[in-house]
Design a protein around this ligand. Structure first.
Ligand code: TYM
Length: 342
């Protein structure tokens, strides 16, 4: 009987979604299409927790005043993108102490070998050989802690984070096996459209905030003129045929973006633009993106003018998140034999 009740409760329970984004600059179109837009769309269906991963951003050296400002901006951007604090729990990672503590517990469950194999660690240490800090190495353990603290069912991320999610499942499985059932195993939740938006200048690498070529990345606060200009100079090929095909990385990327925004299938797009040149297509993509982002820019400007409101939202998010996270943290601490203060 108890089991039946538990099963019924489990079925009725709203599934938990958790995800984070680093405050290292204005979100890119990749962040938006690969993650944040999707976060907005699932708010009614799931119990959603979204946070600004400021602890993760510390693997890169940023001027402290700039980091503070970027954290505020990122928080405002989430709300501007339509994340609703009445529906979802939105908070700044470092405001919830449990993340750092759980990160340490996860560190002690992570093996040197598996962390060494992480693609992101290898990429980032190759790009920044002057600052291969321990945080960069144990980044996936902190991320595992973020996810497990909230007993998340699903983690919506772009394709670039798949490996970290697998790692989280590995650690959770190992911990549960060693200490007894503690963490729920999270699954990835990948939006079909926009899971991987590529650079406009090198469509074989992902669109990234840290790209040094300003034409490579669309930022969600770019104005219409800038967006049109960047799409106009996007790298394509010499075929002048709008069709999704292997080897046409630039065009494939533009079609993916256009499809993610308009909802049109790749076949329909190819049909609509048959016989037209890349110029027309790039302009259409530029307009579609600019129209999608315009309301976000407007809302963002309003929010940044109301610092008190933003701070109140951050405080409220931190309190609510701490209550949830502390429960799991205490459970994990007991399991590993840390003495809780009485
Ligand atoms: P971050 O800040 O690099 O990126 C935030 C989200 O945007 C997605 N993304 C993309 N999607 C498609 N195309 C792209 N070009 C693109 N670039 C970025 C990312 O996949 C991500 O979903 N480690 C995370 C932050 C984090 C986190 C977590 C996420 C920390 N703890 C716990 C989920 C759960 C990161 O650096 O995301």
């Amino acid at each position: 009987m108890a089991n039946e009740n538990e099963n019924a409760q489990e079925t009725a329970r709203k599934k938990i979604i958790l995800s984070g984004i680093q405050p290292t600059g204005t979100f890119t179109l990749g962040n938006y299409l690969g993650a944040v837009r999707n976060w907005r769309q699932i708010q009614n269906e799931y119990q959603c927790y979204y946070f600004i991963a400021d602890l993760h951003s510390m693997t890169i050296h940023i001027d402290p005043a700039k980091r503070r400002q970027q954290t505020r901006e990122a928080f405002a951007l989430l709300l501007a993108c339509g994340i609703d604090t009445e529906k979802s729990l939105v908070f700044v990672q470092s405001h919830v102490h449990a993340h750092a503590e759980m990160g340490w517990i996860m560190d002690c469950c992570s093996q040197f070998g598996e962390l060494s194999r992480m693609t992101q660690f290898k990429d980032k240490s190759a790009k920044h050989p002057d600052n291969i800090n321990a945080g960069l190495f144990t980044y996936p353990s902190l991320m595992a802690g973020d996810i497990l603290l909230y007993q998340a069912d699903y983690v919506p991320v772009g394709a670039d984070q798949t490996q970290h999610l697998e790692f989280t499942r590995d650690i959770a499985t190992r911990f549960n096996h060693t200490y007894g059932e503690t963490f729920r195993l999270p699954e990835g939740y990948f939006p079909k459209a926009g899971a991987r938006v590529m650079s406009l200048q090198d469509p074989t690498s992902k669109m990234s905030k840290s790209d040094t070529n300003p034409k490579a990345t669309i930022y969600i606060l770019d104005d219409e003129e800038t967006i049109l200009r960047k799409f106009k100079s996007a790298v394509t090929d010499s075929e002048a045929e709008v069709v999704y095909r292997e080897g046409k990385d630039g065009v494939n990327n533009l079609m993916t973006i256009y499809s993610a925004i308009t909802g049109e299938s790749l076949d329909d797009i190819a049909r609509d633009f048959a016989g037209k040149g890349y110029g027309d297509f790039k302009e259409a993509v530029g307009h579609a993106v600019a129209d999608e982002l315009q309301p976000i820019r407007d809302h963002y400007a309003e929010l940044m003018n109301d610092r008190q409101y933003l701070e109140a939202q951050m405080r409220d998010g931190a309190e609510r998140a701490s209550r949830i996270a502390n429960k799991t943290l205490n459970k994990a601490k007991k399991k590993v034999g840390l003495l809780l203060p009485q």
